[in-house]
Design a protein around this ligand. Structure first.
Ligand code: SF4
Ligand code: MSK
Length: 628
């Protein structure tokens, strides 16, 4: 039986790297989290308002209202909506950047069209003429039309047509169908300005609408246009954990989210002149690895190894073996600035949206993409000679992983096992049959970050192991995907941890029991998968034995995601409490109130064993309601 990496072993490696941190006199998230403990109760409960300068106002039993009269529900509701806006804006702006790249892609430029078929089928969704036209003309019109989705004055988002008819009607009936992406973000900010909405239900409603603008708008564009430009992911083998760093090579880490940067760095690093130069300087070559969601992007398209997830970013630099870490946007610790200064590591930032002290800023734009990528790779190579070998310690642990199960890839894998007497080509019917028969009890999308509030990675890994043991298929994205990868759960050998039913399905289809579907924006793949399954099954999406889970989430993006997953009709299980518990009304609305509108809500429990039990029970309850 395979020996899977345990959380204890990961913690052991982390502890060893903290010794290096001590040696170079730098703090890490562990020490800073310790310094921050006993978090402010008003902040935790969402009942501190600093929306106007009459405040800040804090709600207590003695002072149940702010100076303007806003109560706990109004204050917590406004804060909550603002976090959804923060998340939706970040994801959607990522999608916008990719749409710009698409609108300027060219046959002889740095960015080209890799998936022509997807480009054409998306163009048709936008009513773009495709017959007899050059693919780049189609792509440019598609990019331009997509950019208009951010600010179109009338109608609703085009991608809503991808949802089931029932969902579209639900969204229309509840007046939460998003109009344009920027409009929903702006309107939410307007609503939460001093002296506007104080009704918690209205705030929640706008939260659902804004989150849908992300999940069925900006994020979906980020996913699909990345596929068009860089290729739709197919299963590919890779490795994960810090052991993927190579002490004999020039190590470059790509960090952040936008594949427009990482794709160019990968391309530049493959140019023979840089390998030659690395060898002249005594290295055996160049080793590119990924961190956070960028890691998912390059792993699923190129098999680039995954160094780790969010809370592993400092550990990667602490190995002392990283010549350069380059980042674009989101989830980048400012701590990397001073930390990299303790080593020879270049810390390069590239986006005006993520300017970080103590980094070297190199503006990265479509028109200078390859040129600047080459510059960055060259900086890394020339830096190899500056490595202080006394500080180098790379933990050896790594695991094999198969990544890149896009919806298209899942369908292709299912087609491979379809009974030839029945034409099920291009459908999820085999999956539906497995769910109906009970061979598979259900499916859970486990997503999101890690968070020092809980034992990092433990919640992800323990929940996944328990679910697959209970014949529940798990799909993963974001930092959850890397937690799974580090623990060996994306390896096909993880089938031995499954219940008999799931094991049989995985063997038949030749897949691991935990399927890697991509980065944070790729949760759009999960909602599309669930929608198609519901449609082909002929039931409502909220009836499916399918749920979402974010056991260790931390970012505003996660709040937006959780809300669009709920709005899509999937119950979402959270291992970290949203910051609204200072208002009973808000807690009731996010756990129960949304069920009246969209048929789903949050289930919250900070005890991962109890949360996992609740997920299994939730899936079984859905099955019972369907009579299966
Ligand atoms: Fe206080 Fe109202 Fe101003 Fe908020 S908006 S700070 S509750 S006065
Ligand atoms: S990177 S949002 S820590 S999943 Fe997408 Fe990871 Fe969460 Fe960032």
């Amino acid at each position: 039986m395979k020996k899977f990496t345990t959380v204890e072993e990961m913690e052991y490696d982390s502890k060893r790297l903290k010794e290096t941190a001590c040696a170079v006199c730098i703090d890490t998230w562990e020490t800073r989290a310790e310094n921050q403990k006993n978090h402010c109760k008003f902040g935790e409960g969402g009942i501190c308002c600093r929306i106007c300068s009459m405040g800040p106002c804090r709600i207590t039993p003695k002072a149940p209202k702010g100076i303007c009269g806003a109560d706990a529900a109004a204050i917590a509701g406004r804060n909550y909506l603002r976090s959804i806006v923060g998340g939706a804006a970040a994801h959607s702006d990522h999608g916008r950047e990719i749409a710009y790249v698409l609108a300027t892609a060219s046959r002889d430029g740095a960015y080209q069209i890799k998936d022509e078929q997807k480009c054409i089928s998306m163009a048709k969704e936008f009513d773009i003429e495709t017959d007899g036209r050059d693919i780049y003309d189609i792509a440019h019109e598609l990019g331009n039309k997509a950019l208009l989705e951010y600010g179109k004055p009338f109608g609703t988002l085009t991608f809503l047509n991808r949802a089931t008819k029932e969902r579209q009607e639900t969204w229309a009936r509840n007046k939460i169908a998003p109009r344009s992406i920027d409009r929903e973000c702006t309107e939410a900010m307007h609503m939460t300005h001093m002296g506007n909405t104080a009704d918690a239900t209205a705030l929640i409603r706008q939260g659902l609408r804004t989150s849908l603008a992300d999940g069925w708008g900006g994020s979906m564009m980020g996913t699909d246009f990345s596929d068009v430009l860089f290729g739709t992911p197919k299963p590919v083998n890779t490795e994960a954990n810090l052991g993927v760093l190579d002490k004999d090579k020039v190590n470059i880490i790509v960090h952040g989210h936008d594949p427009a940067l990482s794709e160019m760095i990968v391309l530049a690093a493959q140019m023979p002149e840089y390998t030659k130069r690395a060898q002249e300087l005594g290295a055996k070559g160049i080793n590119i690895v990924g961190l956070c969601c960028t890691s998912n992007e390059v792993a699923m398209r190129h098999g680039i190894p995954m160094a780790g997830n969010f809370l592993q970013q400092e550990n990667a630099v602490l190995t002392g073996a990283v010549e350069l870490i380059v980042a674009d946007v989101q989830c980048i610790f400012p701590a990397l600035g001073p930390l990299s200064k303790c080593f020879h590591t270049h810390f390069v930032t590239t986006s005006p949206k993520a300017v970080i002290p103590d980094s070297e800023f190199i503006l990265f734009e479509p028109q200078n993409a390859l040129e600047n990528a080459k510059k960055i790779v060259s900086m890394a190579v020339e830096n190899f000679v500056n490595r202080n070998n006394d500080l180098v310690f790379i933990p050896e642990r790594k695991e094999k992983a198969t990544v890149g199960y896009s919806c298209e890839a899942i369908i292709e894998e299912l087609d491979g096992v379809t009974n030839s007497h029945v034409d099920l080509t291009g459908t999820y019917k085999p999956l539906i049959e497995c769910l109906k028969s009970g061979v598979l009890r259900g499916a859970v999308g486990i997503v999101g970050c890690n968070n020092p509030r809980v034992r990092p990675d433990y919640s992800h890994i323990s929940a996944m192991k328990e679910l697959i043991k209970n014949d529940i298929l798990v799909v993963v994205t974001g930092c959850s995907a890397q937690a799974a990868a580090k623990a060996g759960l994306l390896d096909k050998e993880a089938r031995e941890l499954c219940g008999d039913g799931l094991k049989r399905v995985c063997e038949l289809v030749d897949i691991p029991p935990v399927l890697h579907m991509g980065s944070c924006v790729d949760i759009s793949r999960i909602v599309l998968l669930a929608s198609k399954v519901a449609e082909q099954w002929g039931i409502r999406i909220d009836q499916l034995p399918v749920i979402g889970c974010a056991p260790e989430w931390m970012s505003e993006k996660a709040v937006a995601i959780a809300n669009y997953v709920v709005s899509t009709g999937l119950d979402t299980y959270l291992g970290i409490e949203p910051q609204v518990n200072g208002s009973d009304q808000m807690m009731q609305l996010i756990t129960e109130g949304t069920r009246d509108m969209v048929g789903a809500g949050f289930v919250i429990n900070t005890d991962i064993e109890k949360l996992t039990r609740a997920m299994i029970d939730g899936i079984e309850a859905k099955r019972a309601a369907l009579g299966i």
